[in-house]
Design a protein around this ligand. Structure first.
Ligand code: NOJ
Ligand code: CA
Length: 698
């Protein structure tokens, strides 16, 4: 009897505590409750299928009682929100932000009634939730030991994963069941200039998964501000993912002061892969911008003195010395190595090319003193960001570029020496303003200085945002490489126009990317924001530029064109050399024509790891662009045109793989044709192994 009674009480307690919430379309259901120990728990279902089984929430603190248990629910409030907003630059002109919200206030009697809130927002495309720490008598400064947010999965899903790492995302994606992660981890961890893995089952976000019953599930975070970046650790016996924050130099995971909050933890879910790509949940969970004047934030199509260094044809460094010191080495007395690309005459050729073909900007890397020994030595004072090499005439190039209506794009490689960068930042940005640069590509190659910090620790998260907001004071747009993976912050800080934070095209010159790489990235890395993937490589054999480099590009030429549509970015590079584009001017026409800012996006068909076909409408223009890509397999894309206005006929120029094309044997074979299309046209377009196609419609 006693037993029965306690069982009854247990049920009663949980029912009394349970809270439910449905998405606006009722497909998603969230349950929130407390365990008998007062642990916060949640579960999530989609069309009655379990997405997240009962999972615990909470945080462990350093030197203070945890936020893990002993909670009671003080209050729970529900509300709804529905608004349509316009991003400054984006994949669509209008974004609907529509959700139902549950806000629960939880207190701990045993800890002086200390309380927190958990805010859940349930959209038609998924769930976001975060911890909030209101200002109160018994909660002021606190240190996070670990966040213990669980995502208990309903099965051993197929996952598209990268090894969890505090310093890099530049890994090839592994596709396997979650139960296979442990066995495949060792091979997945390939070398990088800075890397720190943390667990044999550690995974990065955005983590894309597919369940056996056909649910697509993506876990990431939104609005990562003043907090450390989250990875996931997999309990592979129970298929439970748990948050794993990036520590600082002394092992702590976050120094917070109430009132504050965690970033949003996000779960995007659908039974259609295409819905994952059109989800705007992560942007919606970020705050609207507070910038008053955004007129200076513009899309950027650019070329640059870059790929020739990446392939090893030329160098960033001016001379062949193995050691230089800023302010000590007198470069005018050193012997140039004859391969320094960033020289005035050569940069002018790029400016001419950009001007002739209508590009906005020219990036120049290796323009400033210090590249002879710039990373791998824990060197603090590597660059000052204002002193050009003797053969790079800043004023003359400023004048020349301006006369040709081309902007210069600055390059700030910090080599991870972040303290040094912050010391020079104001001067460096002012130097840009004075010399006609309105955007900067920054970089963080190598281990972070101060020593012990990681690329994704709270201190660095604060730095990346400092660099963005400081740049905004100078009306400068930022494209940060090796910085933390984006979490939708471009909504709030729209001058963050690009990021790398994944294995970019440069790896095609460092041994190659897998043929399925770009069929996965939109489902993973791009969930948080645009990527400066630097497509457009037409010379697929790297040895043509550098006989000692045997790498080759793992795509066909036509697929390189498709990437301008499938890899969203308002900042897009035509990364190959002008000398090569001059040999393929007919195919190059697509890169000249393609838009980078959009009114609308339509995912026609998609499956992560296999293929993507999408169409986009250019911002403010009656022009559409279609991109289709495949993995290593040939296939036929089913292209529809129902997004075109009804009853009108348009001319479509199709840039397709040649009949005999393939990424490994015949990548440069392509064919261009034009056809007439209407909204009713259905096109079956063959794709070569590792190939793709691009269409421009006017
Ligand atoms: C790595 C960046 O991804 C690459 O684009 C850049 O050229 C090098 N760092 C040098 O800064
Ligand atoms: Ca595949």
């Amino acid at each position: 009897m006693k037993r029965l009674l306690s069982a009854f009480l247990l049920v009663a307690c949980c029912v009394a505590n349970a809270q439910q919430l449905a998405s606006p379309d009722q497909n998603l259901e969230l349950k929130f409750g407390l365990s008998p120990k007062g642990e916060p728990t949640y579960e999530l279902s989609y069309k009655k299928k379990a997405v997240i089984k009962t999972s615990k929430l909470g945080l462990e603190l350093k030197g203070a009682p945890s936020f893990l248990d002993g909670f009671q629910i003080d209050k729970s409030e529900k509300s709804s929100f529905d608004e349509t907003w316009r991003p400054i630059l984006g994949e669509q002109k209008n974004i609907r932000n529509h959700y139902n919200e549950l806000l629960v206030t939880l207190s701990q009697k045993a800890v002086n009634g200390r309380y927190i809130r958990i805010r859940f927002r349930l959209f038609n495309d998924g769930l976001g939730f975060r911890y909030e720490f209101p200002e109160q008598k018994h909660l002021n400064h606190f240190v996070i030991k670990e966040e213990k947010t669980q995502f208990a999965l309903a099965g051993d899903h197929k996952a598209f994963w990268l090894p969890g790492d505090y310093d890099t995302q530049e890994y090839s994606t592994v596709t396997s069941n979650l139960s296979e992660v442990r066995g495949k981890m060792k091979d997945a961890v390939t070398p990088n200039a800075s890397q720190t893995t943390f667990s044999p089952t550690g995974l990065q976000t955005p983590l894309m998964m597919k369940s056996k019953d056909g649910l697509y599930i993506n876990i990431h975070e939104a609005s990562l501000i003043n907090y450390s970046c989250m990875s996931l650790n997999l309990d592979d016996k129970n298929m439970i993912l748990e948050s794993w924050l990036t520590p600082d130099a002394i092992g702590d995971k976050g120094y917070l002061q109430a009132a504050t909050q965690s970033p949003w933890r996000t779960i995007v879910v659908s039974d259609k892969a295409a819905d994952i790509l059109t989800s705007r949940l992560i942007l919606n969970l970020n705050e609207p911008t507070k910038y008053k004047d955004v007129s200076w934030i513009k899309p950027v199509k650019y070329v640059g003195v870059w790929w020739e260094m990446i392939t090893g044809k030329s160098t960033w460094a001016y001379n062949d010395l193995e050691s230089v010191q800023l302010g000590v080495t007198d470069y005018s007395k050193t012997k140039p190595n004859g391969k320094h690309a960033a020289n005035t005459a050569h940069v002018k050729e790029y400016i001419d090319f950009a001007s002739k073909h209508g590009f906005d900007a020219v990036l120049v890397e290796g323009w400033n003193e210090g590249w002879e020994d710039w990373f791998g030595k824990s060197k603090d004072y590597v660059f000052d960001f204002v002193t050009p090499y003797p053969d790079f005439d800043v004023q003359e190039l400023h004048r020349y570029a301006a006369s040709k209506n081309v902007k210069m794009m600055m390059h700030h490689e910090t080599s991870g020496s972040v303290r040094n960068y912050e010391r020079h930042m104001d001067k460096a940005y002012q130097f840009m303003v004075d010399n006609g640069y309105n955007s900067v590509k920054s970089g963080y190659v190598g281990d972070i200085l101060p020593r012990g910090e990681f690329h994704y620790s709270q201190w660095m998260i604060d730095h990346y945002l400092y660099a963005i907001t400081k740049a905004a004071e100078y009306k400068i747009m930022v494209n940060a490489h090796e910085a933390v993976r984006p979490t939708g912050l471009s909504r709030t800080y729209p001058n963050l126009i690009g990021n790398e934070a994944a294995r970019g095209t440069e790896y095609e010159s460092f041994g190659g990317n897998n043929a399925d790489h770009t069929t996965i990235l939109p489902f993973t890395r791009l969930m948080g924001g645009p990527m400066d993937y630097t497509p457009g490589i037409f010379q697929t054999k790297i040895s043509a530029y550098n006989p000692e480099n045997n790498s080759f590009v793992h795509t066909t030429l036509a697929k390189q064109l498709a990437l301008y549509v499938t890899m969203y970015s308002p900042l897009q590079m035509a990364a190959d050399l002008p000398e090569t584009y001059n040999k393929f001017l007919d195919a190059f026409q697509f890169i000249k024509d393609v838009a980078v800012d959009w009114d609308d996006t339509y995912v026609i068909e998609a499956e992560p790891g296999d293929y993507i076909t999408m169409a986009r409408k250019a911002k403010g223009k009656n022009e559409w662009f279609v991109g289709g890509i495949s993995d290593e397999n040939p296939r036929t894309a089913n292209v529809t045109f129902d997004y075109l206005p009804k009853g009108k006929t348009y001319t479509a120029t199709i840039y397709a793989d040649g009949k005999d094309a393939s990424y490994d044997k015949n990548p440069q074979s392509y064919a261009i044709r034009t056809i007439k299309v209407t909204s009713k046209t259905k096109l079956q377009q063959p794709i070569a192994p590792g190939g793709g196609f691009a269409i421009s419609i006017k």
